[in-house]
Design a protein around this ligand. Sequence first.
Ligand SMILES: C[S@@+](CC[C@H](N)C(=O)[O-])C[C@H]1O[C@@H](n2cnc3c(N)ncnc32)[C@H](O)[C@@H]1O
Length: 192
Amino acid sequence: MELERLKRELELFGEENDRAQQARGHKMLNITRDTGELLAVLVQTRGAREVLEIGTSNGYSTLWLGEAVQRLGGQVTTLERDEGKVELAAHNFRRAGLDTAITQLVGEADALLPNLPTSGYELVFLDSDRQQYQAWWPEIRRLLAPRGLLVVDNAISHQGEMQEWMAEVRRDPAFITSLVPVGKGEWLIAHL
Ligand SMILES: C[S@@+](CC[C@H](N)C(=O)[O-])C[C@H]1O[C@@H](n2cnc3c(N)ncnc32)[C@H](O)[C@@H]1O
């Protein structure tokens, strides 16, 4: 299926589903389209061939990342603990013809992150359980390649939940950061 049509279909599905569902676990919580465009531009300009996503949901954001890395001959690894969402995402990746560019990992980020390669990713997209970001930071920091880029969603919409961690990262001399008012607020953290 044509990728643009699939993205539009998922945007409608996400909006309708999230309006109808009360339980947070049943919402798709997809990024906005302008966030997808930003991710694609960042992958392209960084020339990122190894990309990690934490928080797949049904794979809307992964489609943007996958399309961008495929142009560069790269790979996206994306992790998710909800098996129903993993299945939805797998179906969407096949429909997009992007399944060969995307590797899905199923399980808790806590358990999966320690098995991933040190300095293995040129771009990491973090869109998951914000309460855990500070606890995950040593692992995410380890995974970022030199001159790697971490992009964090909801950094304006839910800034209050991340404030302590954001202060910790800003004190770290190995990183420079920028808070970008795109979508729900994208926090860019560049490894020097
Ligand atoms: C905001 S959604 C991701 C949306 C997706 N990036 C998109 O834009 O299409 C966050 C996802 O993280 C998953 N998640 C939350 N805590 C997790 C954890 N500890 N380990 C793995 N996945 C987790 C949730 O199941 C949920 O699907």
